[in-house]
Design a protein around this ligand. Structure first.
Ligand code: SAM
Ligand code: FES
Length: 348
C-alpha cells in the first residue's frame, strides 16, 4: 500500500508530480479506502454531513465549439437544438425555489445567441427575483469584459473545467481552434472579475495517463479554485470518441479523495456522470469526500436534448422526484441535503 504517501499528502496538501503519478498508477483498494476515510473526515469537519444541492438549468444546447468528446458539439447534426427563453429560465428557478433550492447553475454550450446583453439581462432578472440565492454560470470561454459584466449583474460563481492541463492531451481532445492557454487565461480572468471559480476535468478521457492527471492536480493547486468538478468520461455515440471506453467510478472517486486532501474546504460535486456509470456513483462520490450534488432543473421536454454523453440519468424525472430521490440516497449513507446557498467555508 501507499499509506506513507497518502499521509504525506494529508499533511502537506500537495505532492511532487512523480509521487502523484505513483499514487494514481499503483493504487490499491486499500489505498482508496484509506484516502476516502481521510477525505470524508476532513469534509465533515468543515461541512458536516450536509450535501449542497445546486439546481442545474441547461439553457441552450447550441455550441460553436467542436470538442471531440461532447455530444452537443457543433458538427453533430443529430442534436435537436433548443434555447430556453428568459421566462423559461425564471420559471425553472421558481419551481426550484419552491422545492427549496437556494443555489442555481446556468449551464449551456457556447452559444453566440446569448451575447452579453442577453445573458446580463437573464442574470439581473434572476438576481432581482432571488436575492438570497447563489447564481453560478457555466457558459464557457468569454472575454474579460464579458466576465466582468456578468459578475456585476449579480452572478457569484463560474464553472469552467480546464479539461486537461497537458498541452498535447488538450490538442487530442479539442479541434485546433481551441487552446489550453486561452482556457487557463479565462480562469484567471474569472478570478480577477471576482467570481468564485470552479474548474475540473474528465477522468478516463481518451488518451489520458496518470501523468496527465498529476498535471491536472498541480494546475488546480496553482489556480486554487473554490470548486472542482470531475466526472468520468462517457462516450457519446455521435462523436469521434464513440468507441472509447468510459472512465471508471473507482478512479473518479479516488481523484475526488485526493482533491479533498489538497484543499479540505473545496466544494466538490458528486456528478451526474458518476451516477450514470454506476447506479450508486453519487453516494460513492460523497463517501469519497464530495459535498455537492447538481440535480437537473431544466424543463423535462428538453432534458434528453442536452446529451453530452450516452445514457445520462434523470432525463425523464420531475425536478421534485430528483430532490426526493437524492434526499433518500444521501440519507441512506448518513448524509442529508442541505438547502442553502452552499457557500465556500473559509474557516472551520
Ligand atoms: N460550454 C461550457 C463549457 O465548455 O465549460 C459548459 C458546458 S460543457 C458541455 C460542460 C462539461 O461537460 C465539460 O466541461 C466537459 O468536461 C463535460 N463533458 C462533455 N462531454 C462529456 C462526456 N462525453 N463525458 C463526460 N463529460 C463530458
Ligand atoms: Fe433524479 Fe434520482 S436524482 S431521479
Amino acid at each position: 500500500n501507499h499509506f506513507e504517501l497518502i499521509n504525506r499528502l494529508y499533511k502537506e496538501q500537495i505532492l511532487p508530480k512523480e509521487d502523484f503519478i505513483r499514487l494514481i498508477e499503483h493504487r490499491t483498494a486499500e489505498d482508496a479506502e484509506y484516502l476516502a476515510s481521510l477525505a470524508r473526515k476532513e469534509a465533515q469537519k468543515i461541512y458536516g454531513t450536509g450535501v449542497f444541492p445546486r439546481g442545474l438549468i441547461e439553457f441552450t444546447n447550441y455550441c460553436k465549439n467542436d470538442c471531440l468528446y461532447c455530444g452537443i458539439r457543433r458538427s453533430n447534426p443529430n442534436v435537436s437544438r433548443y434555447r430556453l427563453t428568459e421566462e423559461q429560465i425564471l420559471s425553472a428557478c421558481e419551481s426550484g425555489y419552491e422545492l427549496g433550492y437556494r443555489s442555481f447553475v446556468l449551464q449551456g454550450g457556447e452559444d453566440p445567441y446569448f451575447h452579453d446583453e442577453r445573458i446580463v439581462s437573464i442574470v439581473s432578472a434572476m438576481r432581482k427575483s432571488y436575492p438570497d440565492c447563489a447564481i453560478t454560470l457555466s457558459l464557457g470561454e468569454r472575454s474579460p469584459e464579458s466576465y466582468q459584466a456578468l459578475f456585476e449583474a449579480g452572478a457569484n460563481r463560474y464553472l469552467l473545467r480546464h479539461e486537461t492541463a497537458t498541452e498535447e492531451h488538450y490538442q487530442k481532445l479539442h479541434p485546433e481552434a481551441m487552446s489550453l492557454a486561452r482556457r487557463k487565461q479565462c480562469l484567471w480572468d474569472l478570478k480577477k472579475a471576482g467570481f468564485h471559480v470552479g474548474t475540473g476535468f474528465m477522468v478516463g478521457a481518451p488518451g489520458q495517463t496518470a501523468a496527465h492527471l498529476a498535471e491536472d492536480l498541480l494546475f488546480i493547486k496553482e489556480l486554487n479554485p473554490k470548486m472542482v468538478g470531475i466526472g468520468p468520461f462517457i462516450p457519446h455515440h455521435d462523436t469521434p470518441f464513440k468507441d472509447e471506453p468510459s472512465g471508471t467510478a473507482d478512479l473518479t472517486t479516488y481523484m475526488i479523495s485526493i482533491l479533498r486532501l489538497m484543499n479540505h474546504h473545496l466544494l466538490l460535486p458528486s456528478t451526474t456522470a458518476l451516477g450514470t456509470i454506476d447506479p450508486n456513483g453519487r453516494e460513492k462520490g460523497i463517501l469519497a469526500g464530495a459535498n455537492v450534488v447538481m440535480p437537473n432543473l431544466s424543463p423535462i421536454d428538453v432534458r434528453k436534448d442536452y446529451a453530452l454523453y450516452d445514457n445520462k440519468i434523470c432525463t425523464g424525472d420531475e425536478a421534485a422526484e430528483c430532490v426526493g430521490c437524492l434526499g433518500r440516497r444521501m440519507e441512506s449513507i448518513g448524509y442529508h441535503l442541505e438547502f442553502s446557498r452552499g457557500d465556500y467555508r473559509e474557516y472551520l
